[in-house]
Design a protein around this ligand. Sequence first.
Ligand code: HEC
Ligand code: HEC
Length: 219
Amino acid sequence: MIKKQGLAIICGIAALLFGASFDASAQGNPESGQQLSTKGDGSGAPCMACHGPNGEGNAAGAFPYIAGMNEQYLYRQLRAYQTGDRKNAVMSMNIDNFDDQQLQDIAAYYASLDKPASTASNANAELLEQGESLVNIGNWDEYIPPCSSCHGPNNQGVDENFPGIAGQHASYIKQQINGWKNGDRKTDKVQLMEAVAKRLNDEQIEAVSAYLASIPAAE
Ligand code: HEC
Ligand code: HEC
């Protein structure tokens, strides 16, 4: 119980820190963002080629769903591919020619879409059960807090700092956790997520990814 309270306090402090440093709210134009999403940045492919016509992503390619995510969160992630805080050869080349306003417009467009309906999961029951327990209860002996303590009720996200991870493709979730472990992703300035990622072993990563992919992205 004490550990849980401690974590809640840490999350609260983090939210304050984030709130202070990301105060400037983006002014994106979703109509212009929609047009950009169909054209791409001139050197890359149109967003929908990988993220789908409705921003639903694609499990086989580890292309995340981006529809209905928080606008500020999306904008920050797009910027991170440009600054190198996020490294991914497949994604970065698709947005490197956009200016800041264009990134804000694209973020506004995808944020305005509905989150995708969940897809059926074919993961085995034992793995899903292990995942469910880690995601919702955590493993306090291994200092792994429940994912839901930060990612919100049903892991559907809280404000611009804690993204929804429910219903996300398992392949992509796994890729992100490994990205924090190996340094490809440094977007998390107070290292809340990095700290959790580094405590998860391969089997636990499989389990949480499979379980999260099996639950609805939105109510
Ligand atoms: C060739 C395939 C491809 C194209 C085209 C593409 N992406 Fe991506 N996108 C990816 C992959 C793969 C990832 C995950 C990369 C990683 O692990 O960081 C990604 C990640 C993202 C993320 C991070 C999502 C999150 O939850 O953090 C955003 C936002 C995004 N893409 C937006 C776009 C936009 C906007 C466009 C068009 C301008 C675009 N992508 C074009 C493949 C693509
Ligand atoms: C202490 C708070 C905290 C806990 C606990 C936590 N996360 Fe996170 N997580 C974050 C933050 C903050 C981010 C956003 C980092 C950023 O800004 O890029 C994040 C981002 C993510 C992302 C990237 C989502 C995307 O679309 O870009 C995934 C996947 C993720 N977390 C999975 C998990 C899983 C699985 C667990 C449980 C095992 C977990 N998280 C527990 C704080 C947390």
